[in-house]
Design a protein around this ligand. Structure first.
Ligand code: OSB
Ligand code: MG
Length: 370
């Protein structure tokens, strides 16, 4: 397989409602899609980051430079893209970090390669499910009453698990209110996006009484030691997101008891090949994993659904339906049926942008490689 062209399509798509986390408020999905053309097929992917480096260190404008100046020249220098996707990570390993940018490139090439074989990503990864249960991540709201209305709406739609974003000052009360209103049986978890320190351990221990599935990334990014210390002091299982960048990190975190659950975000670990290895490491240790999200359009959501169909994904993920994010998605919308989303089964990632919709949301196009 030979890479002929790589095009970046900058898109800005309004969210149906603002999404507030401990690190900021999003009102628009502002990112880029990558479109690769090879001699045998074409592929698409979505950059998972945002214009500002608030969730992680990568950001849209930086990723464009990294792709154009550092990743693509190394991939273009490969003899032929024979066996294509397997060669990308070794060829770009010398570039430190930038997992989100690497994931975007690898996923678009993987999509093209699988299309040339007529194989779905689900089959390639080893999916064992035809549909996956959908959870929903609920942002920080102005009032408890507004939060309860939002949760009620999602439960009415059929979501099978609720995740509440928390931060200091918005933690015990919203959790208590959701438990009081929707009961002890509701699968419920929280995500702090690094908003606390170990000095908050006694406060976070007060969450134990609510029977949460997990607390996600309570402490600083990459601080496995502090997360392990925290886990000694709380009963709620610690789950890591921001701190895990590879299968090796995951193995270390599990060995240290820094996490008892793993949020697998393919972009955060450099793509689907490494994401599968993260799954495999956790699965071998009996540690449950679930598929996280980055408010992706259908282009990013489709491959996440394929991953979430692997056997170790035993908890519902943040893979919500298109309508939870956008009035209009750039692909055919993913629709919730009985609390589940279908695993795409068409070749590659199984979806592509609807040309007319993509055109309307496009802010600019650039060739990164011809
Ligand atoms: O921490 O999981 C996170 C969204 C953007 C950035 C980080 C996170 C999130 C979410 C929402 O929690 C996940 C989704 O619905 O796609
Ligand atoms: Mg998270």
């Amino acid at each position: 397989m030979k890479l002929e062209r790589v095009e970046l399509v900058h898109v800005a798509i309004p969210l149906v409602s603002p999404f507030r986390t401990s690190f900021g408020t999003m009102t628009t999905k502002d990112t880029f899609l990558l479109h690769v053309v090879t001699d045998t097929a074409e592929g698409w992917s979505e950059f998972a980051g945002d214009p500002e480096p608030l969730y992680c260190s990568e950001f849209v404008a930086g990723a464009e430079i990294v792709l154009r100046d550092f990743l693509l020249p190394r991939v273009a220098a490969l003899p032929v893209l024979g066996g294509a996707v397997a060669h990308l990570a070794p060829a770009t390993a010398g570039i430190k970090g930038h997992e989100l940018a690497k994931a975007a490139l690898e996923t678009a090439v993987l999509d093209a390669e699988l299309r040339s074989y007529g194989m779905s990503l689900a089959t390639y990864l080893g999916a064992v499910r035809e549909r996956v249960p959908a959870g929903v991540s609920v942002g920080i709201h102005r009032t408890i009453a507004e939060l309860l209305d939002a949760v009620e709406g999602y439960l009415a739609e059929g979501y099978v698990r609720i995740k509440l974003k928390i931060e200091p000052g918005w933690d015990l009360e919203p959790v208590r209110a959701v438990r009081a209103r929707f009961g002890a049986e509701l699968p419920l978890q929280v995500d702090a996006n690094t908003a606390y320190t170990l000095a908050d351990a006694e406060h976070l221990r007060r969450l134990d009484e609510f029977g949460l599935l997990l607390i996600e990334e309570p402490l600083g990014e990459n601080d496995l030691y502090a997360h392990a210390r925290l886990q000694q002091r709380i009963a709620t299982p610690v789950c890591l997101d921001e701190s895990l960048h590879s299968a090796r990190d995951t193995a270390s975190a599990i060995a240290m008891d820094a996490c008892r659950v793993v949020n697998v975000k393919p972009a955060r670990v450099g793509g689907y090949l490494e994401a599968r290895r993260v799954h495999d490491v956790a699965y071998a240790h009996g540690v449950p994993v679930w598929c996280g999200g980055m408010l992706e359009t259908g282009i990013g959501r489709a491959p996440n659904l394929a991953l979430a169909a692997l056997p170790g994904f035993t908890l519902p993920g943040d893979t919500s339906a298109s309508g939870r994010y956008f009035a209009e998605d750039v692909t055919e919308p993913f629709v919730l049926v009985d609390g589940h989303l279908p695993v795409p089964r068409a070749p590659g990632i199984g979806v592509e942008p609807l040309p007319e919709v993509l055109r309307r949301f496009t802010e600019g196009r650039r060739d990164l490689y011809v």
